[in-house]
Ligand binder design. Structure first.
Ligand code: NDP
Length: 240
């Protein structure tokens, strides 16, 4: 049986690597994105994976987008909540918009995507919800009160929902990547990036494909006994 997976923020970075890895593992895959049409078109041309544009911050748009994906590919078995943004600022300079935008995408977006899919997964007695949180949701990070709060919220959401999904064959897990070489991290000034690498015991940034392999495992039948857990993949930078 070929299962269907939907990856939010699946057109670039970690999400793109996840979408490709799931396709390589024989899933039917849809990749959602927010607005960068050029990157999405290039991704589809390179991989053959269809992309769908909507914002995870908009509940109605999520419902409509999910309906479209299910009409095209069939019921969604695996949801990867990967879409995320940063709006960094030290707290004394953080604006209400910076706080709100990060919460709406990184935390509300996870609710907005999971909620419309939940009943279908319960009825079919199978589901995999995998949310990409962050090391900074585990340990907190200077100038990221918004991001750290949202990503910590994703972990709480995962632990709570795992309990509700367990009897229905739905597993709910989170992955906390450390620093991964994507646009988000490469946008950080080089000096700051060098100081980040100096704090990673393995001495390098992670690769998006390394996170993607965790997702493929958590999606599989082999991972059916793993729920409510967090895979920490950060090169030894922080132990929970
Ligand atoms: P990128 O900035 O490289 O890519 C982000 C993706 O998310 C893009 O596809 C973007 O679409 C999409 N996106 C952003 N906002 C929305 C939205 N409102 N609705 C739908 N899609 C949206 O990010 P990364 O690959 O670096 O990060 C992926 C996830 O991993 C994020 O949740 C991030 O917080 C987390 N993470 C990343 C780490 C890292 O080191 N890179 C470390 C730990 C966690 P578009 O192209 O249209 O803008």
């Amino acid at each position: 049986m070929t299962r269907t997976a939907l990856v939010t923020g699946g057109s670039r970075g970690i999400g793109a690597a996840i979408a490709v890895a799931l396709k390589d593992a024989d899933y039917k895959v849809a990749a959602n994105y927010a607005g960068n049409d050029e990157a999405a078109q290039k991704f589809t041309a390179d991989t053959g994976i269809k992309t769908y544009k909507w914002s995870v911050a908009d509940y109605d748009a999520c419902e409509a987008g999910i309906k479209q994906v299910e009409a095209d590919l069939g019921p969604i078995d695996v949801l990867v909540n990967n879409a995320g943004i940063t709006r960094d600022a030290p707290f004394h300079k953080m604006t209400r918009d910076q706080w709100r935008e990060v919460m709406e995408t990184n935390l509300n977006g996870v609710f907005n995507m999971t909620h419309p899919l939940w009943n279908g997964m319960r009825e079919r007695k199978f589901g995999r919800i995998i949310t990409i949180s962050s090391i900074n949701g585990q340990k907190g990070q200077f100038a990221q009160a918004n991001y750290s709060a949202a990503k910590a919220g994703d972990i709480g959401f995962t632990k709570a929902l795992a309990q509700e999904g367990a009897r229905a064959g739905i597993t709910v897990n989170a992955i906390c990547p450390g620093y991964i070489a994507t646009d988000m991290v490469m946008a950080v000034p080089e000096k700051v990036r060098e100081s980040i690498i100096a704090q990673i015991p393995v001495g390098r940034l992670g690769e998006a494909a390394e996170i993607a392999r965790c997702v493929v495992f958590l999606s599989s039948d082999d991972a059916g006994f793993i729920t409510g857990s967090t895979i920490t993949a950060n090169g030894g930078q922080y132990f929970v």
